[in-house]
Design a protein around this ligand. Structure first.
Ligand code: GDP
Length: 619
């Protein structure tokens, strides 16, 4: 793991103008504002050096802006730019090469999506198995794996590395072998998009159960196609038709009933339907046209990682684009390493891993986390620079915590065009409360925002609900329910908005109010009149009173006012009092005289013009 002491290795931006010695600051420097190039992240000390000022000046300026930072603290460009500007500099963002190369998660993912068409080749779909506990997910994964071991490969020791590939009809499918929507959504919550399709396992004897419903919602929230495997059809009390009906009730209409959901009866015990399931996974994912370019440096996602006593940090990476090779230098989150060796799921050494392929990678300096992005970089030096940059960005980011979606920030997020759906997760005490609340909430949808209940169930708020909220940028609505301790921790840690209610009316009212904030009020200014100051009186208790003549319009007691002298505004405030002959009055018409005091202004001169106006809500 890189340490903070390495920060000094990183070049920071240089001041472009020659340093004119210390002390050029404030208004004095403003006349000849020097432009300085500020990197995306730098320490307080470095910013001081760039400006030729002691760090303490920077710290003081930061404090004025409400940021408490120490000398070695990293700050981001935006913060540094404000300080630099206040100190009389003209900040510009330095276009550091490293910064461009930094494999920001989002950026790297864009690379995956924007590969040039010519270089693209089909890649195997990555599939996750979801479903209720004991419905046979693990057994299904085992039997798929066993029946598809390529002949001649026997001898390798089956390893659990987190994923494996099978061959079907000359095509391949990659299975993630940690089943369940918790792991699936936890990856999504970390920003990783790994799974292309979900296999929903439903036991034929048991039918749709609470976790099946959860799994459906989690798969839908991820927008991945669902292939249903009705499992355990070998059992005497198997009722596959009942499962099909239950699916239809959940809006998953299978092909047999005229819908488009593929459904395959399977048995892990007899092997029935396994081949058909695989073929149908390929059918369901064909439309996705999954492609990648194998001829570029690899980008992938860590799906599992641990510290192996003899081998050191081991991470299973699912390559998403490019080809990962032994000898490559890769950056993963805040660690890096040179790939020493790679193993496949049979425990065999491999030299390369292409798009859609999983590989256990040795050689990283620290154990990364599942969901971390791996990116191959040209060399050690670049890797180190990226790590330093990331560590600094992380530190800088702690200065401004990014709020997640909350009912309070909803308005801003939607008006900034960042949100079209308000994703809600609804947990209630009893099943019967779900529908009325769902309906009244969905009715609140407006032209700009659709209120979408992505998951509704009875029971307490669980960790997986919170993960879903994070992954889908959603808000959790609890109704007469409580949160599990693990969920509570995660909510606090991640700043997820959980609202607990006991009255339906309050749920809808709160959400409606948050949505109404959307309609940002716009005001039009309407000038109501002008008055000329003809005489100024100094009163002991009330300060200055302007004796005025109303030139045009009408002056009203509640008006706003601008004091103009030679056409220039001296004050923009509101009327404090309006009198005629010592009497307070509501309004004064054109052609009359009156006495006026205004809030916060006490320096009238004869000849000043008062411009009265109102702000009116535009419809
Ligand atoms: P998971 O919790 O969804 O991973 O379920 P498991 O794969 O652990 O299976 C739960 C139980 O169902 C185990 O006792 C399995 O032996 C049994 N089981 C799984 N698949 C089948 C099947 O196709 N037929 C029968 N008869 N039993 C099965």
């Amino acid at each position: 793991m890189a340490t903070k002491s390495k920060q000094t290795e990183t070049p920071v931006g240089q001041a472009t103008a020659p340093s004119e010695g210390n002390g050029a600051r404030g208004a004095a420097a403003q006349s000849a504002a020097r432009s300085i190039q500020i990197p995306r992240v730098l320490t307080v000390k470095e910013l001081g050096e760039l400006m030729g000022l002691p760090a303490v000046e920077v710290i003081k300026e930061l404090m004025k802006n409400g940021v408490m930072a120490s000398i070695n603290q990293s700050i981001d460009f935006e913060t540094a730019a404000i300080v630099a500007h206040d100190l009389g500099f003209e900040p510009e963002e330095a276009g550091a090469d490293v910064v461009e190369e930094v494999a920001e998660t989002a950026q790297a993912r864009t690379v995956i999506e924007e590969e040039e068409g010519a270089a693209l080749q089909p890649k195997p779909p990555v599939v996750t198995v979801l479903g209720h506990v004991d419905h046979g997910k693990t057994s299904l994964l085992d039997v798929i794996r066993r029946t598809n071991v390529t002949a001649g490969e026997a001898g390798g020791i089956t390893q659990h590395i987190g994923a494996y590939q099978v061959h079907t009809n000359d095509q391949r499918i990659t299975f993630l072998d940690t089943p369940g929507h918790e792991a699936f959504t936890a990856m999504r919550a970390r920003g990783a998009r790994v799974t292309d399709a979900a296999v929903l396992v439903i036991a034929a004897d048991d039918g749709i159960m609470p976790q099946t419903l959860e799994a459906i919602d989690h798969a839908r929230a991820a927008n991945v196609p669902i292939v249903v495997a009705i499992s355990k059809v070998d059992l005497a009390d198997a009722k596959p038709d009942r499962v099909k009906q239950q699916l239809a009730e959940q809006g998953l209409t299978i092909e047999e009933y005229g819908g488009d959901v593929i459904c395959v009866p399977v048995s892990a015990k007899t092997g029935q339907g396994i081949q058909e399931l695989l073929e149908n996974i390929l059918v369901a994912t064909e439309v996705l046209e999954l492609q990648a370019n194998p001829n570029r440096p690899a980008i992938g996602t860590v799906i599992e990682a641990q510290l192996d006593r003899s081998r050191g940090p081991t991470a299973t990476v699912l390559v998403q684009t490019g080809t990962l090779q032994v000898g490559d230098v890769a950056v993963v989150s805040e660690t890096w390493g040179r790939v020493k060796a790679m193993f496949n799921e049979d425990g065999r050494r491999i030299k390369t891993a292409g798009p859609g392929e999983p590989a256990a990678v040795l050689g990283l300096q620290a154990v990364p986390q599942a969901g971390d992005l791996l990116k191959v970089v040209p060399d050690d030096k670049t890797a180190r620079q990226i790590i330093v940059q990331r560590l600094r960005e992380k530190e800088a980011a702690t200065l401004h915590t990014q709020p997640r979606v909350t009912l309070d920030t909803l308005f801003g997020q939607i008006s900034a065009g960042k949100m079209k759906d308000l994703n809600l997760i609804l947990k209630t005490d009893v099943q019967g409360s779900i529908e009325p609340i769902r309906q009244s909430l969905e009715r609140l949808s407006t032209d700009q925002v659709r209120v979408k209940i992505i998951h509704a169930a009875s029971g307490s708020v669980s960790e997986s609900d919170v993960m879903l909220a994070i992954a889908s940028k959603g808000i959790i609505i609890g109704f007469n329910t409580r949160e599990e301790p693990g969920a509570q921790r995660l909510i606090e840690q991640e700043g997820v908005d959980l609202r607990q209610y006991t009255v339906i009316y309050e749920v809808t009212e709160d959400v409606q109010q948050a949505l109404q904030g959307l309609r940002e009020p716009t005001y039009a200014e309407v000038v109501t009149g002008h008055a000329e100051v003809r005489q100024v009186f100094q009163l002991k208790r009330r300060g200055q009173v302007a004796g005025c003549y109303v030139r045009d319009g009408t002056i009203t007691r509640n008006d706003l006012v601008r004091v103009l002298r030679d056409g220039q505004p001296l004050a923009d405030t509101k009327l404090a009092s309006l009198r005629r002959f010592q009497e307070d009055v509501r309004d004064v018409q054109a052609g009359f005289e009156c006495g006026i005091t205004v809030e916060g202004f006490d320096a009238f001169q004869e000849g000043d013009i008062l411009e009265l106006y109102r702000r009116e809500l535009e419809s």
